[in-house]
Design a protein around this ligand. Structure first.
Ligand code: GLY
Length: 297
């Protein structure tokens, strides 16, 4: 029987030194939540959702509570979940007033005949299926409000080089050998209302295929989507690259081909994990074959 595997990330970016302990702690808690599912024999799909929900609820991360505000001063979130057994996927984009976009993405996969719902349509679908209206103030943190106010005062135009932190994700293999990936984000700070990055796009923000691997990306979405980074990593695995080599190769391509900044986590069909990034930091945690959780940032 395959041994379960799990790796999660809390975003690539220029995470300030003072915030590193919060990132490490949040990643550890998320890995524990996902690992608990896998250890109880649960499916990879449930494990990645459980891990990402912990990260969405933690105000440290740019997803759910703690999301960056857009230029108009409100939160719009994107998320995707992918089932490597069937290639089924569900996603939401530019969605407001939802506590856990990753669970809404899973609901889109399970309860609709569509793959991606956006904006008001996604919110209406959420309410129809009993997902409560989550007040905007529950998503906005004082840190993000200050960041937004500074940006407004300075007329700041955020660029790829100075983004602070970005996106969360998880990939897993379960005891039945099935893979899954999940990614969730508040997007980039001061994005235009309606802007959607890589995260909810199949193959860019996440991908999973039991026949190759699973991947979740983080970073500047406009660059990540140009190289369809998560599918690219899984294709390299399918062509014989070990998980770590695949992660490093797509980050190299991100830098060299499109001058992009970001990171990726991967797990391959044999349960090996890999991670790579070209930003100052990427918060991450994974479980070793003997069940120990390792964190790095
Ligand atoms: N990687 C998340 C975004 O660009 O929105």
């Amino acid at each position: 029987m395959p041994t379960p595997s799990l790796i999660i990330h809390g975003g690539a970016g220029s995470i300030p030194d003072a915030e590193v302990p919060d990132y490490i702690n949040g990643c550890r808690l998320a890995a524990q939540a996902g690992w608990a599912v896998l250890q109880n024999g649960g499916p990879a799909l449930e494990a990645v959702e459980a891990a990402v929900k912990v990260l969405e609820d933690d105000p440290t991360f740019d997803a759910g509570r703690g999301s960056h505000l857009n230029a108009a001063g409100y939160v719009e979130m994107d998320a995707i979940i992918v089932d490597g057994a069937t290639l089924d996927n569900g996603a939401v984009a530019a969605v407001q007033r939802v506590q856990n976009p990753i669970s809404l993405a899973r609901l889109v996969m399970k309860r609709s005949k569509h793959s991606l719902l956006v904006g008001a349509g996604a919110e209406a679908f959420a309410r129809l299926h009993g997902v409560p209206d989550w007040p905007e103030e529950n998503l906005i943190t004082s840190r993000e409000l200050e960041r937004w106010q500074k940006g407004q005062e300075a007329g700041e135009d955020y660029t790829q080089a100075d983004f602070a932190h970005d996106t969360v994700g998880a990939v897993a293999r379960d005891a039945n050998g099935h893979l899954a990936a999940a990614t969730s984000t508040g997007g980039t700070a001061h994005k235009l209302p309606g802007r959607v990055g890589d995260s909810p796009l199949i193959g860019s923000g996440a991908y999973a295929d039991d026949e190759s691997g699973a991947a979740s990306a983080t970073g500047w979405g406009e660059s990540l989507m140009k190289i369809v980074i998560s599918k690219a990593a899984c294709d390299l695995i399918a062509n014989g690259h070990p998980a770590q080599a695949a992660a490093e190769a797509v980050i190299k391509k991100l830098a060299e081909r499109v001058n992009g900044l970001g990171g990726i986590i991967v797990v391959d069909a044999r349960g090996n994990v890999g991670h790579a990034f070209n930003t100052p930091r990427m918060a991450r945690a994974w479980v070793t074959p003997d069940g120990q959780i390792v964190t790095e940032c």
